[in-house]
Design a protein around this ligand. Structure first.
Ligand code: COA
Length: 198
């Protein structure tokens, strides 16, 4: 979903991650710490595309905005049909984001896939701005960012992960474990219409 009030609320469907898909993955603590086993909950213990496979296909994965050109990111948003937003506001939004992932095309250094989540850092998160540049759609990059974002949130102990989906994208999110209206719970949104700028 786009963080904006310019898309009609009625076009969005709230989805929540069914945590029954989770598996337990065991990882070792870092080498400079006493050897200790940590149990991390992961929805996708085996990723569809590994980090190495992404790299060998010409893509770099990032989890910070250090080298992210926000004007280029804004262009990807616009290319998928989101309205162009103020880049400074995007920066503020990203600074208040709990987890994010973006994929850079190695040759052009431009972002081609992006997803982020906001939340309380402990219990709940909401995923926003899931986009793949139209020229790079259908390559598995959307799934690559979503699998990792969900894993990153679960690894922080955040088990309640929601998003709003446009109807045409429900078929993308459902195989990732997201369900509409779980147990009859209905999402409600207050969204103030943006005034037209002159
Ligand atoms: C939705 C979007 C992020 C998917 O990214 P993508 O990189 O093209 O998707 P992937 O190649 O990773 O596809 C993963 C799987 O989802 C399926 N899929 C992708 N888009 C789908 C859609 N709109 N409906 C149903 N299934 C879809 C693919 O066929 C693929 O299936 P497979 O695993 O069985 O092969 C991308 O199309 C996009 O940016 N769309 C415009 C922006 C948008 O609508 N964002 C979501 C806002 S709610």
């Amino acid at each position: 979903m786009l963080l904006s009030n310019s898309i009609a609320v009625s076009q969005r469907v709230p989805l929540i991650l069914r945590t029954s898909r989770r598996r337990n993955a065991v990882v070792l603590a870092q080498q400079n710490q006493p050897q200790q086993q940590l149990t991390v909950t992961s929805a996708f213990p085996s990723l569809t595309i590994s980090d190495e496979a992404l790299t060998s296909r010409g893509f770099n994965l990032h989890r910070t905005i250090d080298s992210l050109n926000l004007d280029h990111l804004n262009s990807v948003f616009v290319a998928v049909g989101f309205p162009r937003r103020d880049t400074d506001k995007i920066r503020v939004a990203l600074e208040h984001t709990d987890a994010l992932l973006w994929i850079e095309h190695q040759k052009t250094k431009r972002p081609v896939a992006f997803a982020r989540a906001t939340g309380d850092g402990v219990f709940n998160a909401i995923i926003w701005d899931v986009v793949v540049d139209p020229s790079y759609q259908g390559l598995g990059l959307g799934k690559a960012v979503m699998e990792r974002l969900v894993n990153d949130l679960l690894a922080k102990g955040i088990n309640n992960i929601a998003l709003y989906s446009e109807p045409r994208v429900l078929g993308f999110y459902k195989p990732l474990g997201f369900v509409s209206d779980p147990d009859g719970i209905r999402g409600m949104v207050y969204s103030r219409k943006q005034k037209n700028k002159r």
